[in-house]
Ligand binder design. Structure first.
Ligand code: FES
Ligand SMILES: [Fe+2]
Length: 364
């Protein structure tokens, strides 16, 4: 027999509940377009904020981001080749330089200067290619959060991964601003069960930070292995997380052991970075990085498999809530009740909304 629970209404809109169906991200901000290792002389395509972007590297390894639509007959340029610094259209061979200017029309001697495509500012930093989708003159590289410098610190180890998510980027950001879901959503995978009270929340300079100190708390197995300590050992744990920008968030787990083993660590630090870039209102590129100052290099495949499994629990839930917003006929009238544990998430949502609204007002 078929499963009656599987039959649902067609998606009626790309909405996300309280955030509605409109763009809820600012364009004037740095967003992660790709991990550096994904971009080479062979162009790739990424949908970012509902625009097709071609990414490639020049001869000198500079990353380039161009609108991935040839202005001649709209061929996706990433299907073409890179020669020197130029991207060559696969259809009739027009050649574009990194500025977006067409330099050659193969069938004629003159190249009208009007033939050009949009080039997007890009910066490569902390292992990632960051893109600026808004007004190019505002693209100040110093706006990429310097807080992530440990990703380039040789004393730290890190591993990255990616998930394609069918949910709005803000849902992921709110998810990582409220870790009280650990005790429920991740109760079997993470084994961190003491997040049962709202954290302290502070907001300043367009950022929001939660923090919580767990005194004399049993060390969860996921933190114990790299620290070379026994799971369940009583330690002090400092945790915090900061929404650094609309596209970047990182969180900390700092362990302080009052009774270290001989030659054991008395303190060790770990970070989790969440880099979220809208594809559209209901879809998000989700890059993550795990980083730590101890325990040696990560086993990349094993870490990706484990984190992939844990984050799949988040993604399954976020996609289910997104789906709820799309399909339920009474969604527009439905209320969202927030509680104390949502303070950081709600603040984060307001900060991004304020940036987005200010930008939209300026454009009107
Ligand atoms: S579509 Fe690109 S050159 Fe014709
Ligand atoms: Fe989670």
């Amino acid at each position: 027999m078929d499963d009656a629970s599987a039959l649902s209404p067609d998606p009626i809109r790309p909405g996300i509940g309280t955030s509605g169906t409109a763009r809820n991200w600012p364009l004037n901000s740095w967003w992660v377009a790709a991990h550096g290792s994904e971009v080479s002389e062979k162009p790739i395509m990424r949908w970012i904020m509902e625009l097709p972007i071609a990414l490639y590297r020049t001869e000198s390894q500079e990353a380039v981001a161009l609108h991935n639509r040839c202005p001649h007959r709209w061929a996706p340029l990433h299907m073409g080749e890179v020669a020197g610094d130029r991207l060559i259209c696969p259809y009739h061979g027009m050649e574009f330089e990194p500025s977006g200017q067409c330099m050659k029309v193969p069938t004629q001697d003159n190249t009208p200067s009007a033939i050009r495509i949009r080039a997007f500012p890009v910066e490569e930093r902390y292992g990632f290619i960051w893109i600026w989708m808004g007004e190019a003159s505002l693209a100040d590289p110093d706006l990429i959060p310097a807080d992530l410098a440990y990703l380039e610190d040789p004393a730290w180890y890190n591993v990255w991964g990616y998930k394609a998510v069918n949910a709005n980027f803000m849902q992921i950001k709110e998810n990582v601003l409220d870790l009280t879901h650990f005790s429920f959503l991740h109760k079997n995978s993470l084994g961190v069960t003491d997040w049962n009270r709202p954290p302290k929340v502070e907001s300043a300079n367009g950022r929001v930070t939660y923090s919580q100190f767990f005194e004399n708390s049993p060390l969860a197995a996921i933190y114990a292995a790299a620290a070379n300590k026994t799971p369940g050992k009583i330690v002090n744990r400092e945790t915090w997380g900061t929404q650094l920008s609309p596209g970047a968030h990182h969180s900390a787990v700092n362990i302080y052991d009052p009774d270290p083993e001989p030659n054991g660590l008395s303190e060790c630090f770990a970070r989790v970075v969440h880099l979220t870039t809208p594809v559209s209102v209901g879809k998000t590129h989700y890059y993550w990085v795990m980083a730590r100052d101890h325990g040696g290099p990560y086993d990349v495949e094993q870490t990706r498999a484990f984190i992939g499994k844990v984050f799949a629990e988040d993604v399954t839930m976020l996609e289910a809530t997104q789906d709820m917003a799309r399909r339920a006929a009474d969604q527009d009238e439905a209320l969202e009740f927030s509680v104390s544990a949502d303070r950081a998430g709600v603040t984060g949502r307001r900060l991004v909304a304020a940036m987005t609204d200010a930008e939209k007002m300026q454009q009107e």
